[in-house]
Design a protein around this ligand. Structure first.
Ligand SMILES: [Cu+2]
Length: 146
């Protein structure tokens, strides 16, 4: 086989790899059930997309101080199936305001939970039903030593 032909084959292989899901960002779905998000804790990679579905009577609102530094806060409208692409690594906490009292809160972990301690400290200062986020944070694995 000529060098030119092998080069073309190698390039075809790489373009196939890039167009496949092996490298491309993934989409993750969070289903709003009656009074909870399923899944309530979602692990994704930077650049992945999360989409909330079945949001009739629900919303999703990020909490100040409980998202990574430099990340964009969000607030969806009631009933809106919001889609977000999250680039900044870390833990994001959000709530559904109408059902916060029922514990309808969620966490998204993008890459490594680099800001977990800061989020835990900020969550300790939350008041009223927002403290439901503390319970959710306790479900996360303890940080590894070393
Ligand atoms: Cu809700």
């Amino acid at each position: 086989m000529s060098i030119k032909k092998s080069f073309v084959l190698v390039m075809m292989f790489f373009s196939l790899l890039i167009s496949s899901n092996l490298i491309a960002a993934e989409s993750h779905t969070i289903n709003a059930e009656a009074r909870r998000f399923v899944a309530d804790i979602v692990y994704i990679q930077p650049g992945d997309t999360v989409g909330w579905i079945n949001m009739t009577s629900h919303n999703t609102v990020s909490i100040d101080g409980l998202i990574p530094e430099g990340a964009e806060p969000w607030r969806s409208n009631l009933g809106q199936n919001l889609q977000l692409t999250l680039e900044v690594e870390g833990v994001y906490a959000y709530v559904c305001e109408p059902h916060l009292g029922f514990g309808m809160v969620g966490l998204i972990i993008v890459g490594e939970p680099t800001n977990l301690e800061a989020v835990r400290e900020a969550a300790l200062k939350l008041e009223g039903p927002y403290r439901r986020i503390l319970g959710k944070l306790k479900k996360l694995p303890a940080p590894q030593e070393g």
